[in-house]
Ligand binder design. Structure first.
Ligand code: GLA
Length: 392
């Protein structure tokens, strides 16, 4: 059963009637620009064809009820209890439900409405975005729910405002200190293109990728190693970046250039310096990738992808042996370039490959995983696709 039908079936089982509308939003792959978003820097993600679907109907008792394929038990609260739930009471509801409920809470705040201004809702959610693979299954839930509630509640918020509400939900309701890249990619994605995003101004430019024309495909190599950004390493990396910016007296690492790195080294400890070096050089690699795509096309970006991976492995230290193995094996088997994508500590790598080498590269990666004693990876292609929308 596809995810749209699964969500519809769930909705019917929950309510005994058909939904009034159907919305969906995609996961994303980040082509380049990792851990730069919360440093006010640059990113270049694209939305993928894997989507999360929300089937929605109104109810007249001021309550919100959510159900999903992640958990058989629905979660129901009164809309006027959301303020007590987030952030202080978040532990009283199952974690998956903090995404859609957090969106409802963040949208009311963003639009200046109260629970009394809007109708109750039932929401059934199903997804074909792999969870914990670094493909932003969370932003897809947020994007589908936000698009639905924006329409049903007639809030009139634009896509950027919906993405920002997604970040608020993720930071404050879920408790993951992430940036805004994933929500922007999921809301604003375009077919065959990446979104170049300035995370300070939130200005976006659509950058055509031309992968298909160049005979290229993007392979996702999901290591199966799960990660969660609400715990541990992600927050520590963010704190190191803030330390580095404070030591240099700038609002964010975005304000530093590669030329400033010797001064950073003189003013910070080795670990902080390497974290800063990753972010500052990664911002530059995003700009270089956008220029290279425009001037020379997608075959020319391989070295930039590899340099990004090396920087995350050696300076930011967020890669894991499975991701390094995926990148090395893909490139040895002829990939144009490869890198881990997303927040790190698990998840997936991407490889840009010639269409007619796809099988060879996939087999080489599978072999390398088997030789290293790792569990078999899940390998599939992704296509740059459209962002959040109403489907019915
Ligand atoms: C996760 C976060 C994003 C971003 C990336 C790393 O996907 O949700 O905001 O920080 O990690 O680039």
């Amino acid at each position: 059963m596809d995810a749209a039908t699964a969500a519809r079936t769930l909705f019917f089982e929950l309510t005994g009637h058909s939904p009034e509308g159907h919305w969906s939003a995609p996961g994303r792959v980040n082509l380049i620009g990792e851990h730069t978003d919360y440093n006010d820097g640059f990113v270049l993600p694209f939305a993928i064809e894997h989507r999360t679907h929300a089937q929605v109907g109104r109810r007249d008792d001021g309550r919100i009820r959510v159900v999903s394929t992640f958990d058989p038990i629905p979660v129901e609260v009164a809309l006027d209890e959301l303020d007590a739930l987030f952030p202080a009471g978040r532990a009283s509801v199952p974690e998956w439900s903090t995404y859609p409920l957090g969106i409802a809470w963040a949208l009311l705040a963003a639009s200046g409405r109260t629970a009394a201004d809007v109708t109750g809702v039932d929401i059934a959610i199903a997804s074909d975005v792999p969870v914990g693979a670094g493909l932003s299954s969370s932003a897809a839930i947020e994007g589908a729910t936000a698009s639905a509630l924006n329409d049903v509640w007639e809030l009139g918020l634009d896509r950027v405002a919906l993405a920002k509400a997604g970040r608020v939900a993720e930071n404050e309701a879920v408790g993951a200190p992430t940036g805004v890249m994933d929500q922007m990619a999921s809301m604003l994605g375009e077919t065959d293109a990446a979104i170049f995003l300035d995370c300070r101004s939130l200005d976006t430019t659509v950058v055509p990728l031309g992968f298909a024309e160049a005979g290229l495909e993007v392979l996702v190599i999901d290591t199966g190693v799960k990660h969660a950004h609400s715990t541990g390493g992600y927050g520590e990396r963010r704190a190191a970046c803030e330390r580095g910016a404070a030591a240099m007296g700038v609002p964010a690492l975005r304000d530093l250039q590669v030329d400033d790195l010797p001064e950073v080294q003189a003013k910070t400890d080795d670990v902080t310096f390497r974290r800063v070096r990753h972010v500052v050089t990664e911002d530059q690699r995003v700009l270089d990738t956008v220029r290279t795509l425009r001037e020379q096309g997608p075959r020319a970006i391989g070295e930039l992808l590899l340099a990004s991976h090396a920087s995350m492995r050696d300076d930011f230290e967020i890669s894991i042996p499975e991701l390094d193995t995926a990148v090395d094996a893909a490139v040895s088997a002829g990939a144009v370039g490869a890198r881990m994508t997303g927040g790190g500590f698990g998840g997936a790598a991407i490889a840009l490959v010639d269409r007619d080498r796809r099988v060879e590269v996939s087999l080489a990666v599978e072999r390398a995983f088997a030789d290293a004693g790792f569990a078999a990876p899940h390998i599939f292609t992704v296509v740059p696709s459209a962002g959040a929308r109403r489907d019915g």
